[in-house]
Design a protein around this ligand. Structure first.
Ligand SMILES: Nc1ncnc2c1ncn2[C@@H]1O[C@H](COP(=O)(O)OP(=O)(O)OP(=O)(O)O)[C@@H](O)[C@H]1O
Length: 299
């Protein structure tokens, strides 16, 4: 559905994206993670056709996005600071969107009014930051987009509204196969709704994987032996991070759960716990692996 091929972007001398490739399937929710300055917003703007790559191409359903009004009619990008004609009321903005997006759905706009519970006669600049973000979602969902691109979407939303917005995203993905790309530092929210994850660092992907595969391929192991852990066991496992707390060793191990479990059992530890990792933990050790040190954050 969305295809990024060999995209390179420079700002003057700074190389921000380096021959980047990315595929996002129709009807999926893709979570774009990465360190500050990794190039996430730049990538979202290129995919939305707002800025142009220096080289490479971005297509949506095999059509180039840049300066393609027909494609942009089906795509909504909500930036980290939503942009409005702030002296417009929500109703006036709705009229503007109605005239701009061919798939505008007035009935949905009215239905969503019951969910967001904001006065549509009020000027946008009179709303709080979080309420303005709600307006952005209200208008975006009313255009029935085929592609929804979100930069830090949950910033400033209270937990109740977050849950509602996530529910609306999931509903549109399930019912209309909307495709969603989300850039966020809020890993718990991303973990909740995304089915695919990409971690961007210094303009390139450190990791890109189906979230379920990612989680089933990496484990946090708490393990203790009478004395030091056997060297042979350490050598046989793919340990990507290790630390010691008292007599308990904490290892982050990559590999198939059953294989790892069997290998460990054969050395008869006095304590063994194999736990799945949260996305936050996966993110931290992957970033550590590329030299982005965050120490002692695994709890
Ligand atoms: N218009 C611009 N002109 C010059 N440099 C820019 C411009 N926009 C972004 N950059 C630079 O490109 C790099 C990537 O910025 P970008 O905003 O894409 O990162 P990000 O991953 O979204 O970061 P964050 O997580 O902090 O929001 C940064 O070094 C930034 O300074």
């Amino acid at each position: 559905m969305i295809k990024v091929e060999e995209v390179t972007k420079r700002f003057e001398k700074d190389l921000v994206l380096k021959e980047l490739n990315l595929n996002i399937n129709k009807g999926s929710i893709y979570g774009l993670l990465g360190s500050n300055g990794a190039g996430k917003t730049t990538l979202l703007k290129i995919i939305s056709g707002i800025i142009k790559a220096n080289s490479g191409k971005v297509t949506i359903e095999d059509k180039l996005i840049f300066e393609n009004a027909l494609l942009k009619d089906k795509l909504i990008f909500i930036p980290d600071t939503p942009y409005f004609f702030s002296h417009y009321t929500v109703n006036q903005l709705a009229d503007f969107y109605k005239n701009t997006y061919s798939s505008w759905n007035q009935n949905r706009f009215q239905q969503l009014g019951k969910i967001f519970k904001l006065d549509p006669r009020k000027k946008v600049h009179r709303f709080s930051k979080g309420m303005q973000r709600q307006v952005a979602f209200w208008l975006a969902f009313s255009t029935m987009p085929e592609v929804l691109i979100l930069d830090e979407p949950f910033d400033g939303l209270d937990p109740v509204i977050r849950k509602k917005v996530k529910g609306l995203i999931i509903q549109d993905v399930a019912e209309r196969e909307m495709t969603v790309l989300i850039s966020s530092h809020n890993l718990r929210e991303v973990e909740d709704i995304c089915d695919y994850i990409g971690i961007l660092h210094n303009g390139g992907f450190v990791l890109e994987k189906d979230l379920d595969d990612l989680k089933s391929d990496v484990h946090k192991i708490q393990i203790a032996f009478n004395g030091d852990p056997p060297e042979k066991l350490i050598e046989s496992l793919n340990i990507v991070h290790q630390e010691k707390r008292g007599s308990v060793n904490i290892w982050i191990v990559k590999g198939d759960y059953a294989d790892v479990d069997q290998e460990i059992r054969s050395y008869q530890p006095i304590l063994k716990d194999i736990l799945p990792l949260t996305l936050e933990e996966i993110f931290i050790y992957e970033m550590e692996g590329v030299g982005y040190a965050i120490e002692n954050v695994l709890v």
